[in-house]
Write a protein that binds this ligand. Structure first.
Ligand code: TTP
Ligand code: MG
Ligand code: MG
Length: 365
């Protein structure tokens, strides 16, 4: 029986909730802003509705810039806890369509994977009906729209859900995977960021079709073993990763105290780098990849704050860990002006690396 996976992503989630709560916002540009503790002038756009996007407003853009682009837009502050409640109810609806409790994986506040192989018996026509039912249920219970992607694995389902948005549904059958991926620019591959995109561009690789036929050994030489193999597999539409609820049990972390309580960012980042190096030593030793990164700060009054990020796919790359940890640490530090006492970094969602043997089993058939 073919695997059938659904990925659901809510449309302009925070802004859609705000629209639902206040019908007078309908037909207006709505921008939800994350204001920093330095006041309204220094916030970043969390998300915006599609009317605002037409004016060029994008997530992570400074709110000031958004205001300049669309002065008549309605600007609202993020109400994260409220959105979490809505998210929990949406997730319950989605979970109810999965094969079982274990066949469900929430990957962010507004998206999840569900395995429906058994529910549809591997039949993509039946899968389409389940997809429509999900959209119907979400509208009926939460008055929100979502976009649905259906495919033979998580990677394809994820890319399919963003293919038509908002309120879309895209079905990619196993036999259509190559046609779906081939014409796409490489940056559309789930898990490719700016750095990889630029490197691929320098190698003359623009589309996923080109990447899929590129020499594997050459990709490994350029990107390292794990990443090289991943690029080859993913661009060919292959992804065997299972749909599973995340467990936090397996983690590798390091914490340490600063020599003295301090707000010197350079000193804090230097210690963070040492901790990252220690964590990477263990990651290398155990030949594992990680998919989540968490940083922790304990301030001099013993208040503890943490920040986590889930990566698009497992990596065992020092520079990705270093960059991700550094970025989140700076975000945490900007949230308070108090001296820091202790900091920590940990990686989670661990999985064993693919060994040399399975590499050649896979590519020299
Ligand atoms: P997304 O699903 O990326 O975006 P979205 O739901 O707003 O819009 P789309 O229709 O394109 O899916 O993110 C979900 C929520 O996460 C989003 O509503 C707000 C929040 N978010 C941020 O706070 N900052 C960001 O940079 C992004 C991308 C999202
Ligand atoms: Mg969304
Ligand atoms: Mg999302």
């Amino acid at each position: 029986m073919d695997r059938v996976i659904i990925h659901v992503d809510m449309d302009y989630f925070y802004a859609a909730i705000e629209e639902r709560e206040d019908p007078s916002l309908k037909d207006k540009a709505v921008v939800v802003c994350m204001y920093s503790n330095r006041g309204e002038e220094s916030g970043a756009v969390s998300t915006s509705n599609y009317i605002a996007r037409k004016a060029g407003i994008r997530s992570a853009m400074p709110c000031k810039q958004a205001k300049a682009l669309k002065p008549d837009a309605v600007f609202l502050p993020v109400r994260r806890e409220f959105y979490e409640e809505v998210s929990a109810r949406v997730m319950d609806i989605l979970r109810s369509h999965a094969d079982s409790e274990d066949s469900f994986e929430k990957i962010s506040i507004d998206e999840a994977f569900l395995e429906i192989s058994e529910n549809c018996g591997g039949d993509f026509e039946k899968a389409e009906k389940i997809g429509l039912q999900i959209k119907h249920d979400v509208i009926e219970h939460e008055k929100l729209t979502c976009s649905v992607g259906i495919g033979p694995n998580k990677l394809i389902a994820k890319m399919a859900s963003s293919f038509r948005k908002p309120d879309g549904m895209t079905i990619v059958k196993p036999e259509d995977v190559r046609n779906f991926l081939n014409p796409m620019p490489v940056k559309k591959l789930w898990g490719i960021g700016k750095v990889t995109e630029e490197k691929l561009q320098q190698m003359g690789i623009e589309t996923l079709g080109q990447l899929a036929v590129y020499d594997t050994q050459e990709l490994i030489a350029q990107f390292g073993k794990n990443r090289g193999i991943w690029l080859k597999k993913a661009s060919s539409g292959i992804d065997e990763s299972p749909v599973t609820e995340r467990s936090s049990a397996d983690q590798i972390g390091r914490m340490a105290s600063l020599k003295e309580d301090t707000r010197d960012d350079e000193m804090i980042l230097a210690l963070l780098k040492e901790l990252v190096d220690d964590v990477m030593k263990k990651v290398d030793l155990r030949r594992i990849s990680f998919r989540s990164v968490t940083v922790t700060v304990i301030f001099s009054n013993f208040r503890m704050v943490t920040k986590s990020r889930t990566l698009n796919h497992p990596v065992s790359d020092r520079s990705i860990l270093q960059e991700t940890a550094r970025e989140m640490m700076l975000q945490l530090l900007h949230e308070s002006s108090m001296n820091c006492r202790r900091i920590g970094v940990r990686v989670g969602n661990l999985q064993q690396n693919i060994g040399q043997k399975s590499l050649f089993e896979y590519f020299e058939r």
